[in-house]
Write a protein that binds this ligand. Structure first.
Ligand SMILES: [Fe+2]
Ligand SMILES: [Fe+2]
Length: 338
């Protein structure tokens, strides 16, 4: 057993109620940072009454979470995508969330979600008649729209003893002009100067059941959500190689709207909950679809997590269709604000 593995095992047993991701190194111990916090919130799905659909409960839930996050007093906030209800088609939704984030008393670092840009690419239609999967494929225009508001989708920086890195996973396998530069950026991260910990973010789960799971069949109703929530090979393996080469401790994602923990090849995978609505609560025996966010505390022993449940859930009702309605099904005449 390597020293790294033996220390991880020791800390896992000694941590008690707190899960510990990553380990402190000699260099980290010398750095001597007092414990500090960051928060990962995801799938807040803030919408607009100018849209063909609006769920005010999700906006109110975000305001509840927002106040709770301020109360946590983190050094920084990581927002894991699906910031908006329909930012993929409404720049004004992206701009409203950006303004909201800019008013927070700490910096916010964002990962794009499929509802902010577009979906994982497919060349086959899934079984659901209410969504045109091919039409939902991420486009260059959608990625540019997102970046015009939030900046480049690939980023990496060091804060104290942690490097944070993030990218738009829907670019992987898209064949878009942005894909080659994306892989070049990603694979260059293995050479980035090391910090004590390396925390990564993407919107989708890298995998849903296990790292070596098969590519799921989008046309099979029993496999559709596994296909939708995770990444396919060869992209999954290529990203995993980068994570290992870059010394990743922890990968944070959302998209599923259910809290679930995996570990594979020395990396912890945290699929984190939504603040807006629940999904897949019955899928994993140890999954938890309660709404909330995760507060992470970086200590000399590692990175500890605490699930913070939403303090109150709004019951406000709105209007319009769910899912991914086709353009002809979007009726803006019912919008509360014109
Ligand atoms: Fe979502
Ligand atoms: Fe999503």
């Amino acid at each position: 057993m390597s020293d790294r593995l033996s220390r991880r095992r020791f800390l896992g047993g000694a941590a008690g109620v707190a899960a510990v991701a990553g380990l402190h190194s000699q260099a980290g111990a010398r750095a001597g940072y007092p414990p500090w916090k960051f928060v990962h919130v995801t799938d807040i799905h803030v919408g607009s009454p100018r849209s063909f659909r609006f769920a005010p409960a999700w906006n109110e839930n975000w305001q509840t979470a927002r106040a709770q996050i301020i109360g946590c007093a983190p050094d920084l906030l990581l927002a894991g995508g699906d910031l908006t209800r329909d930012g993929s088609m409404h720049t004004f939704e992206l701009e409203a969330v950006k303004a909201d984030f800019d008013a927070l008393p700490f910096p916010v670092h964002v990962t794009p979600g499929n509802m902010d840009t577009g979906n994982k690419h497919t060349d086959r239609q899934g079984p659901r008649k209410d969504r045109d999967d091919l039409a939902l494929n991420l486009t260059s225009a959608q990625l540019k729209q997102f970046e015009s508001v939030f900046g480049p989708h690939c980023w990496s920086f060091v804060h104290k003893n942690v490097r944070f890195s993030s990218f738009c996973d829907m670019v992987a396998g898209s064949g878009l002009p942005e894909e080659a530069p994306f892989w070049a950026w990603l694979e260059a991260q293995a050479e980035a100067p090391r910090a004590e910990h390396h925390v990564w973010m993407m919107h989708s789960a890298l995998f849903t059941e296990r790292l070596d799971e098969p590519n799921y069949d989008i046309t099979d109703p029993d496999q559709y959500l596994n296909w939708y929530f995770g990444l396919d090979e060869p992209h999954r393996g290529r990203i995993m190689e980068v994570l290992k080469a870059a010394g990743a401790d922890l990968l944070l994602s959302g998209h599923v709207h259910c809290r679930k923990r995996h570990e594979a090849e020395g990396v912890r995978f945290h699929i984190n909950p939504s603040t807006a609505f629940r999904q897949w609560g019955n899928h994993w025996p140890d999954g938890d679809d309660n709404l909330g966010f995760i507060e992470y505390t970086v200590t000399q022993h590692g990175i500890e997590e605490r699930f913070v449940p939403l303090a109150a859930e709004s019951a406000a009702s709105g209007y319009g269709p769910g899912g991914h309605p086709k353009p002809e099904e979007r009726d803006y005449s019912i919008a509360w604000e014109k």
